[in-house]
Write a protein that binds this ligand. Structure first.
Ligand code: PMP
Length: 435
């Protein structure tokens, strides 16, 4: 039985058909095209709290939450008020303004090892800039990344990058010069011996290791106990920097992100998503002596017309300020309620699955057994996920359209929204099983 108000997708069908004539694939970020799951991508017209409404008037419980930023749900009153007030004073000045200092102060106040941040407009820009800073500060060019970790579409970081590439079964992107990819060493995640071996061979050429603080772009694959600590030790021994990418985990896994849970101190952090509250704001930061290498104080150039945008930073600050301890415990509770029910439904339907956690961030792998690496994550029944996804969508629950993503919940997911998810799970699990 369908819980959506109408089965019609006529307007979305017409929009995607037209969109394909003016935009590649009809979308501005590939995973939105539904290629891995089939069917019509829903054009969302408006959203409120945990609910999305599409252009045909169908309502969905939102488990994408804009892929992380909407931690408070849509149109949170405090954030809406902050954005409206900021916009009322002007959209962009290209000069210093107060909101950006307030947001930087909030971030520095939350994450002890972050002494300074530089604000940018996307997670991609944050990791790209952190990489340049690491290379500038060390005078070295090689970069270590882990298979299955996604750090945005930075040339040097697109090898075995999980997420969208995994969804489309692409190993790498075309258009990345060999000279750029050649400086990247890709290692299996959670494999300390592989890191030791890479450093034994190239130790004095490696500028940095970049890792997702707790990976979420191959599904949720937390670091095995001791793995992040080993990265810290090995990089330090060889004079390389450790960059912790907290674009997804930052301000979500805890008030101080994954760092707040694990406590390993990297040299640089990258942030995005939650800290922009749904607007384009991201950051990279760390020790003041390292950050002093950046323009205008130091030789590493980095800039942005819209960096520190007053409306985006107002949204980010209001979002962080509303992320109270109650918000985090609510996220935890909602996530566990939904994950438990998904486990029960999939078990009852005999569908192989594993659920993994990083704080309140979780994902459902459509395979049996622990997932510790990208190879493990890729051994999923993506066809079963596709059937599951489409059944959920038909019943009014919008999951991320990829088997390699976390299910994102928000502070606004109330009993009604959670009940709607729970009601949809059994039929979706049966669809996944193929029966
Ligand atoms: N790093 C991580 C860990 C991410 O999850 C993402 C986005 N999914 C990025 C970087 C890139 O951020 P953006 O899409 O804002 O460029």
């Amino acid at each position: 039985t369908s819980r959506s108000t109408s089965a019609s997708t006529a307007r979305s069908d017409a929009l995607i058909e037209h969109a394909r004539t003016v935009t590649p694939g009809g979308v501005n970020s590939p995973v939105r095209a539904f290629r891995a799951v089939g069917g019509t991508p829903r054009f969302i017209a408006s959203a409120q709290g945990p609910w999305l409404t599409d252009v045909d008037g169908n309502r969905y419980v939102d488990l994408i939450c804009s892929w992380g930023p909407m931690i408070l749900g849509h149109r949170h009153p405090d954030v809406l008020a902050a954005v409206t007030a900021a916009a009322d004073k002007g959209f962009s000045f290209g000069t210093p303004s107060e909101n950006e200092v307030a947001l930087a102060t909030e971030i520095v106040g939350r994450i002890e090892p972050v002494e300074q941040v530089r604000l940018v407009s996307s997670g991609t820009e944050a990791t790209m800039s952190a990489l340049r800073l690491a290379r500038g500060a060390t005078g070295r060019s090689k970069v270590v990344k882990f298979a299955g970790c996604y750090h945005g579409h930075v040339d040097a970081l697109l090898a075995s990058a999980g997420s969208g590439l995994a969804t489309f079964a692409l190993p790498d992107s075309a258009g990345v010069p060999a000279s750029s990819a050649g400086e990247t060493i890709v290692l299996p995640y959670n494999d300390v011996a592989a890191v030791e071996a890479a450093f034994a061979e190239h130790g004095d050429e490696i500028a940095c290791v970049i890792t997702e603080a707790s990976p979420g772009n191959m599904g949720v694959v937390p670091p095995a106990p001791g793995f992040t600590q080993a990265l810290r030790r090995i990089t330090r021994e060889h004079g390389a920097l450790l960059i912790s990418d907290e674009v997804m985990t930052g301000f979500r896994c805890s008030a101080a992100g994954w760092f707040g849970l694990e406590g390993v101190v990297p040299d640089l952090f990258t942030f995005g998503k939650v800290m922009g509250g749904g607007f384009p704001a991201a950051a990279f930061g760390g020790r003041a002596d390292l950050m002093a290498q950046l323009s205008p104080d130091g030789p590493v150039y980095q800039a942005g017309t819209l960096s520190g945008n007053p409306v985006a930073t107002a949204a980010g600050l209001a979002t962080l300020q509303a992320c109270t301890p109650e918000v985090y415990s609510h996220l935890d509770q909602v996530a566990h309620t939904i994950a438990d029910a998904a486990h029960d439904a999939l078990s009852a339907a005999g569908v192989a699955h594993t659920i993994q956690w990083a704080g309140s961030m979780f994902s459902v792998f459509f395979r049996e057994g622990e997932v510790r690496s990208y190879d493990d994550a890729q051994a999923q029944d993506t066809a079963a996920f596709g059937r599951f996804f489409n059944s959920m969508l038909d019943q009014g629950v919008h999951l991320p359209p990829s088997a390699f993503e976390a299910w994102f919940v928000s502070a606004s997911h109330d009993d009604e929204a959670v009940e709607a998810v729970l009601a949809a799970l059994p039929a979706a699990a049966r669809a996944a099983s193929g029966s």
